[in-house]
Design a protein around this ligand. Structure first.
Ligand SMILES: *Cc1c(COP(=O)(O)O)cnc(C)c1O
Length: 386
């Protein structure tokens, strides 16, 4: 490395540290669940997106093992060469059926799915409209597409409409988180869809945090709102509530076939190991059948809200397992997170640029693997004087 660059990097890292923005990783030595061991110490963790508590489920693990016995470990090729196997196919059929859309396509991750879809469907001369609080992967996808990128005020359909009214672009794509990942609130999907109909736009819904959690049997945010529309492109991840890894996009047969032909993050990458598809088939069954997991989540959400009501902390308005506790300053958020960690409770501090300046927060995320006693331990620690 050139000495100049090395010096610049060292300066940048020091500046980041000084502003309370240095990110660090903890070393987890157990499976992902409510009770974990980190660097030799036991904690109750409120950090994962494993909302249904399936990441360490033995049924998923044994499905993965039988996947290894049948298919080995690696897919060995991209889907369009010879990496597309019967496990992937079966999973795509099951996912499409589950979300009640004609066809689904697997991607290796949600990040790649968003990059692939937006850049396959839009380019120069087109326009992409996005909520300001969308996930980074949707923002990056819009930039990569080279379409005009217009962001509107969070959850403000009127602001979106003003942009749609004035755009000269022929092809218009609205992209939005169904559940905002750092806020936990839900997008007004029916209103957004209505605007898309009026202004001839398509709507890409990123349901990373709704799939498995919302709607009857966990079928996701479209089911939650009862939406059936040809204009909707549905995307969800499989590493959060589904407990495994990967993502899928679902929609009309022509949409999916276009992605097979054009989505570069689908075409130019190795297919995921078939064992993951086997695990996901088992996961889908659990998601569909075990309603108690969603019931437990709802109970824990209202318990947390009730126990913190009237205290000094403000939870952002959210009915989802993402319950952000607003702190404000970066140093204060880090200090609160550290104080909880001293008491055996892990809750991540989320700071800019992941969230806007001055809105650093603790992102409490609940899982069906938590008990009522876990939540009470957290709220008791938060309500203790510092
Ligand atoms: C996590 C997340 C993604 C990325 O999904 P991965 O499978 O983790 O790459 C995309 N969109 C949203 C809203 C997310 O929260």
């Amino acid at each position: 490395m050139r000495a100049e660059l090395a010096d610049e990097l060292a300066d940048e890292l020091a500046a980041r540290e000084a502003r309370g923005l240095r990110r660090t990783r903890r070393l987890l030595t157990t499976p992902q669940r409510a009770h974990v061991r980190v660097e030799g110490r036991d904690y109750t963790a409120f950090c994962s997106n494993d909302y249904l508590g399936l990441a360490a489920d033995p049924r998923l693990a044994s499905a993965a093992k039988s996947g290894i016995d049948r298919y080995g470990v690696g897919a060995g090729a991209s889907h369009l060469i010879l990496g597309h196997g019967s496990a992937h196919h079966e999973l795509e059929v099951a996912l499409a059926e589950f979300v009640r859309l004609p066809r689904a396509l697997l991607f290796s991750s949600g990040y790649m799915a968003n990059m692939g879809v937006v850049s396959a469907l839009t380019g120069r001369g087109d326009a992409v409209f996005a909520d300001r609080l969308n996930h980074a992967s949707l923002n990056d996808a819009a930039l990569l597409s080279r379409a005009a990128f217009k962001r509107y005020h969070h959850n403000d359909p009127a602001a979106l409409e003003r942009l749609l009214q004035t755009t000269p672009a022929r092809r218009r794509l609205v992209i939005v988180d169904a559940v905002f990942s750092m806020d936990g609130d839900i997008a007004p999907v029916p209103e957004l869809l209505e605007l898309c109909e009026r202004h001839d736009a398509c709507l890409l819904i990123d349901d990373a945090h709704g799939f498995g959690v919302h709607g009857a049997q966990g079928r996701g945010t479209l089911a939650h709102f009862g939406i059936v529309s040809e204009r909707v492109i549905y995307m969800a991840t499989l590493g959060k509530a589904a407990g495994v890894s990967g993502a899928f996009v679902a929609g009309s047969a022509d949409l999916i076939e276009s992605l097979v032909q054009n989505a570069r993050t689908y075409i130019y990458t190795t297919a995921t190991p078939p064992l993951l598809a086997q695990a996901l088939l088992a996961s889908l069954q659990v998601i569909e059948q075990e309603e108690w997991r969603r019931v437990r989540l709802r109970e824990l959400i209202s318990q947390l809200q009730q126990e913190l009501a009237g205290g000094p902390w403000r939870l952002l308005p959210s009915d989802t397992p993402i319950q952000p506790l607003l702190v404000g300053g970066n140093a204060e958020a880090l200090a609160l997170s550290a104080r909880l960690a001293d008491q055996g409770l892990l809750v991540p501090a989320i700071r800019p640029p992941t969230v806007p300046q001055g809105t650093a927060r603790l992102r409490i995320s609940l899982s069906a693997d938590h008990s009522a006693a876990d939540v009470t331990r957290l709220t008791a620690a938060l309500l203790q004087p510092a």
